[in-house]
Design a protein around this ligand. Sequence first.
Ligand SMILES: Nc1ncnc2c1ncn2[C@@H]1O[C@H](COP(=O)(O)OP(=O)(O)O)[C@@H](O)[C@H]1O
Ligand SMILES: [Mg+2]
Length: 244
Amino acid sequence: MELLKMQNVSFSYRDKQILHDLNLSVKNGEFVTILGPSGSGKSTIFQLIGGIQTPYMGSIILEGEEITGDRGHISYMPQSPSLLPWRTIIQNVLLGQELQAKKDYKKADEMLQRAGLLEYRNAYPHELSGGMKQRVAFLRALLSPQPIICLDEPFSALDELTRQEMQLWLLSIWEQYKKTIIFVTHNIEEALFLSDRIFVLSAKPARIKQEVVVPFLRPRDEEMLFTGEFLQHKKMIHDLLRKG
Ligand SMILES: Nc1ncnc2c1ncn2[C@@H]1O[C@H](COP(=O)(O)OP(=O)(O)O)[C@@H](O)[C@H]1O
Ligand SMILES: [Mg+2]
């Protein structure tokens, strides 16, 4: 059963065509990545899924219901962690549950524990490093009631080693909770390392140029990055993007 579908979605911004007849679908529990160069329309796709923008054609369907132009159905994590500075870490983690009658402190504490952040439970965001803040923002997204988490290039500002560390951490947490993730990146290696499937965007106006099913078993580790099969896939996707 498809959890989310974008059907024949076209979008333009001030007369400029950004997306043209874009189709994609995501299944429950999947980790999918939308891959394309800067300016190709990746964040725009999230704005459409999140109802911040409305396509001039096509529809967005969540659990069988049309949600085109509706807000609040997905949990969105922007590039910078955006924690509220006047709230403690536990209160930030539970922010997505603001409208729920009873906040799930037990689960939040369990997640903080697993993320190695329990000792910062009552600290404020300025007491945490950049990477720790990002983990908190991610836990918040995981605990939100929405069925899908959208992650917009969360690791692009990190150095190579920290990025790999965060990717491994993200996978380990995701494998425990199996919430559906749509991830956006311009980094081929990152897309291959994390995803079940990759949607490769075409040159402007963007549509899905190809869907790549990632064959690598889970759990994944860094050794995978140096195998022949990984490099082959990397080259294949590189060539796809090159041709536009
Ligand atoms: N607010 C905006 N101001 C100017 N251009 C925009 C705006 N929103 C979207 N665009 C246009 O949409 C294109 C896609 O943008 P975006 O979705 O942010 O790309 P990506 O996230 O892949 O880098 C850009 O190349 C730009 O021309
Ligand atoms: Mg973007």
